[in-house]
Design a protein around this ligand. Structure first.
Ligand code: SF4
Length: 253
């Protein structure tokens, strides 16, 4: 299978996943009850697969879908304020073809970039339990194995830790303690591992309080672009300029 096909298999499994009873119950309840402003929508109400370019060298890792964002639209960071902030930054950095992400059929494509969440179902109060992060880890591990990115950008500490936990599980690091999270952190863990960057999560809690600004993201993306530009052109079989299934809409049930 090429990368597109492998990502498609993972995306399909994610869409059907019911491993976390608390999250399944919550995502489905939100989808039934809806927010008044979205009552005309048929909410997605399931887990959200990764989204992006199958040849991506940049892997952006978020926390979890928003109840009325990704859980409504079926695409990560789509239809909420966090997504507005993130995709505007990606567009300015030349990594997305448009600055907005409104719904699955809005024509958005990512360039050299793939986005997924550490937890793929919307959690109550945006707070997943440790067990739920653990339950979801294997989807991330498998996507990383398929994509073999050169740069990881963790949006917040939970995403940062989720990635490091995979390295720990695989025996590539002894502990997370040597790699503390900070906005603007850039870490070379080993020569054969992706460069790890950290930024504050683009939640309203950060963007509306001034803790996180557009300029702060622009600075980090400039640095990431410089790192990506140092990477030789890919020659792998399975590289494609077309996006994977996850960049399209996951199959409906
Ligand atoms: S959070 Fe992850 S592991 Fe849990 S039900 Fe959703 S997709 Fe499955």
């Amino acid at each position: 299978m090429n990368r597109n096909q492998q990502l498609r298999v993972i995306a399909q499994e994610v869409c059907e996943c019911r491993k976390c009873p608390r999250l399944v119950k919550y995502r489905e309840r939100v989808a039934r009850e809806k927010r008044r402003a979205y009552r005309q929508w048929t909410y997605w109400g399931r887990a959200i697969p990764g989204f992006g370019d199958a040849s991506a060298k940049l892997f952006i890792l978020g926390l979890a879908p928003a109840a009325h964002g990704g859980n409504r639209t079926g695409r990560v960071f789509t239809g909420d304020r966090s997504g507005d902030f993130l995709y505007a930054a990606l567009y300015k950095a030349g990594l997305a073809n448009q600055p907005t992400s409104l719904h699955r059929d809005d024509g958005l494509h990512l360039e050299n970039t793939y986005i997924a969440a550490a937890v793929r179902c919307a959690p109550p109060a945006n707070k997943p339990l440790p067990k739920e992060i653990l339950n979801c880890r294997d989807y991330l591990r498998r996507e990383l194995a398929v994509l073999r990115p050169k740069v990881i950008l963790a949006l917040g500490k939970i995403a940062w830790d989720a990635y490091l936990e995979i390295l720990k599980q695989e025996g590539k690091i002894a502990s997370r303690a040597a790699f503390p999270f900070a906005h603007g952190a850039e870490v070379t863990i080993a020569d054969d591992l992706p460069r790890l960057f950290g930024v504050f999560h683009p939640s309203q809690q950060n963007t509306q309080t001034g803790k996180l600004t557009e300029a702060m993201y622009a600075t980090v993306f400039r640095r990431i672009r410089a790192v990506l530009n140092e990477i030789p052109n890919q020659t792998d079989v399975g590289q494609s300029s077309s996006p994977p299934e996850a960049n399209e809409r996951p199959r409906s049930h």
